[in-house]
Write a protein that binds this ligand. Sequence first.
Ligand SMILES: [Zn+2]
Length: 236
Amino acid sequence: MCNETNQLSRRAMLGSTAALGLTIPVTGMAHGMANQGSPPPMITNPDDALEALMNGNRRFIEGDMHDHDHEAAKKRGASGQSPFAAFIRCADSRVAPEIVFDQTIGELFVCGVAGNIPTSEIVASLEYAVAVLETPLVVIMGHSNCGAVEAAIEHQNDVMALPGQLPGLVTELLPAAINSKGAEDRLAKAVELNVEYGIGRIPKDSTVISEAVDAGKCRVVGGVYDLASGAFTLVG
Ligand SMILES: [Zn+2]
């Protein structure tokens, strides 16, 4: 039954893509990204998924992490994937979901971009996790002292003066930068606001995800990872 549902979801998603005339991507998804008949995640309830993550973060903080059998996880993963949580994380090298939530290969579906912004490409990736892999939880992972958010605060009046492709990225962070003005710890407030805006934005930008949320199959949450303590604190 679960596999049938999985196949139906996958078919619906491939069909939607075909309806847009995207024949090459459909071929790519069918051969490269399709679920290959993997079972749904071991954890299918969004609240249980969040609890599993927070328990993993507690083990990480306390230095009591599981002795994962990565070799066995690698072998399991060769035939498919069943992640129970999908992430948007900042690209910062100190933000490592698998480690700080004490998980192994195949359990987290992780998308990364500086400033953990829900760009269209990242939202599309999350849609794949939710619709095809039946991942019950989407997590936006901001972090303390985020350089991307700091750049938005510093350059809120001259974003276009930034080099390369940075203006486009930093512009996405401007609402949080501007609305944090006056806060005692402005950077911390902007990081928090940026996560909150992401939580609000994803269901608006994605009917695939909003429908899953409305059906109780998925939750979208977010939080801030503290670089010093290792603690992940939910916001919103
Ligand atoms: Zn960052």
